[in-house]
Design a binder for this molecule. Structure first.
Ligand code: FAD
Ligand code: DLZ
Ligand code: SF4
Length: 505
């Protein structure tokens, strides 16, 4: 009685529930490179190459552990092109009675697997800290789903940074000490670089070379051992200043003190709890300060778990929400067309080069600009899902639809994450090298973020005027003399017209 055991491209963990609950002496693991997964959005070539390289290595690892693995390469002649097609084909080939799988991270695939004409058994993804039931139980009956309170429960559950039943150091959150402006010098070398699989590079070049994004140079870790090397390298050299410069941006440094582990965590090459325990151990050994360690652990057991909880709780329609009624098309600059805005050029340029940008670039540069300009959130969502190598819907959609675009009507963010050019100026060295002038609020050189900020607040006045966290913004706007307000709105709207017409802005 053979069962098939599906292992998806982001399920590359030996402790995967589907592998734990099946039998390597008789069941057959199915792994498949398929056009369906490689094209449902135009993924960055580095993301596709990373997935295929890591899948191929993981299949070998499983074989080494005694599993039979039926592996389909993208250019195999009998490849059916979809995960369900491959399962049906392999079921006949192995005379299998059914399929066991760990719940995928996207509704799209959950639904497709549920509709398969094969007996199938879905297992929870136990690589996460909170179960769906735990998250839903926490969320039930709450007016506001504040990440901070959920995070405290996760601290208690995992025992991370706990001193008995109290938080280590007496406070749950040390953000007050974090988020300093950009440093003059970064004394961390950035991520380790690993050698790629040349066959996969050739395949991806041939099939996806026209997608947005540079395949070369390819440097990602592609197995658990390499991913651990990257983590150790960062704990030793980057963690110490992670908190201090978490929100900073620099023209000439793409990575600052960031860990660059989201690709590996999300694909299953690193385990989130294990990562946090290693980071806590560095703190306990006196190798890293509490503000950095707490800030980092909060991103993983707090934000990462919380956004997953929201994705599954809100259901498949979450990605089509558009609470602010935004309908502008995503401008060509997001796909690499020229822009005079240096902050946008830097964030998009490095996305094109690396399939990576850090949180503040995603939230306060490209996300902020899309929100202020009123771009259709579904288009923004597709862009983020395509261009980042760590993007799978369970984590990308709540960050984009919820946190960044406020399209879920405030489930995640209690107010929109918007800012004028001032914030970018404070946190980066971008403005000094820009064609626009961040000091100018109006006029031909005025920073577009300055114009669009007021345009956003003005056009959404009815919705946000009663938000206590936004009252101050409206008071400042209302105090401006009317002529100036009209000038700002007119210049913002001219800017949007020029952008819509395909002009370089
Ligand atoms: P670090 O800055 O070193 O942080 C450490 C880890 O914390 C990350 O590896 C990640 O696992 C976790 N983390 C931090 N913030 C978040 C968050 N908001 N949500 C979930 N996990 C978090 N992250 C993704 O993994 N995939 C995405 O598709 C994704 N899309 C995003 C889209 C937008 C608009 C925004 C604002 C954020 C998005 N994030 C996403 C969160 C965050 O930007 C990335 O996790 C982070 O930049 C990854 O880089 P790093 O590993 O160097 O992270
Ligand atoms: C991202 C990705 C890509 C590009 N290709 C494949 C693939 O060919 N086969 C596969 O099993 N998984 C792939 N993935 C990851 C899946 O898209 C991911 O498992 C789902 O989106 C669920 O999160
Ligand atoms: Fe960005 Fe405005 Fe600064 Fe230019 S001036 S880099 S557009 S914030």
């Amino acid at each position: 009685m053979v069962r098939l055991v599906l292992v998806l491209g982001d399920q590359l963990s030996t402790n995967l529930s589907a592998l734990q609950k099946t039998d390597k002496t008789q069941d057959v693991v199915v792994m498949a490179e398929v056009t369906g997964e490689a094209t449902y959005v135009p993924h960055h070539p580095k993301k596709i190459a990373f997935t295929f390289m890591a899948m191929r290595k993981f299949a070998e690892k499983l074989r080494g552990q005694g599993w039979t693995v039926a592996y389909t390469q993208l250019d195999d002649a009998d490849n059916t092109g979809s995960i369900t097609g491959e399962l049906i084909r392999r079921a006949t080939e192995h005379d299998a009675t059914g399929v066991v799988y760990t719940e995928p991270g996207e509704w799209r695939l959950i639904e497709a697997l549920g509709d398969m004409p094969l007996k199938s058994h879905s297992l929870p993804d136990t690589r996460f800290i909170a179960t769906h039931q735990e998250f839903d139980g926490w969320a039930e009956g709450r007016k506001q789903l504040r990440m901070e309170y959920f995070y405290r429960d996760m601290r208690r559950k995992t025992g991370l940074l706990m001193d008995g039943d109290k938080p280590e150091g007496g406070k749950w959150n040390y953000d007050h000490d974090n988020r300093k402006p950009a440093p003059d010098q970064v004394d961390f070398a950035g991520p380790l670089k690993f050698a790629p699989d040349k066959d996969v590079l050739n395949l991806v070049d041939a099939r996806f070379g026209d997608n947005f994004g540079d395949l070369h140079p390819f440097w990602f870790a592609t197995d658990a051992e390499q991913a651990q090397e990257q983590l150790t390298h960062w704990i030793e050299g980057g963690l110490q200043k992670f908190g201090d410069f978490q929100d900073a941006m620099l023209n000439d440094n793409r990575f600052l003190y960031h860990s660059l582990i989201s690709f590996y965590l999300n694909a299953g090459l690193l385990d989130p709890l294990d990562v946090c325990q290693q980071v806590e151990a560095a703190y306990r050994a006196g190798q890293a300060p509490l503000n950095a360690v707490e800030g980092f652990i909060r991103q993983i057991i707090g934000w990462r778990e919380y956004v997953r909880g929201i994705y599954f709780r809100e259901g498949p329609d979450y990605t089509s929400r558009n609470a602010l009624g935004h309908d502008r098309k995503l401008p060509a600059m997001y796909w690499g067309a020229e822009t005079k805005m240096n902050c946008m050029a830097k964030a998009i340029g490095q996305t094109q080069a690396e399939a990576y940008a850090h949180h503040i670039q995603r939230l306060m540069v490209t996300g902020n600009f899309a929100l202020l300009s009123g771009i259709n959130p579904a288009e923004v969502h597709e862009w983020y899902l395509a261009v980042y190598a760590d993007a799978y819907e369970w984590v990308e959609a709540p960050n984009v639809i919820g946190m960044s675009q406020f399209a879920d009507d405030g489930i995640i963010a209690s107010k929109p994450y918007i800012s004028s050019g001032n914030y970018i100026h404070k946190m980066s060295d971008h403005c000094g090298a820009c064609a626009y002038r961040v000091q100018d609020k109006t006029g031909k050189d005025a920073c577009p973020f300055n114009l669009l900020y007021w345009h956003f607040l003005d056009r959404h006045r009815e919705r946000f005027k009663g938000n206590p966290r936004m009252g101050n913004m409206y008071r400042v706007w209302d105090r401006m003399d009317e002529e100036r307000r009209e000038t700002v709105l007119k210049e913002a709207s001219d800017f949007l017209d020029r952008m819509d017409a395909g002009k370089v802005v």
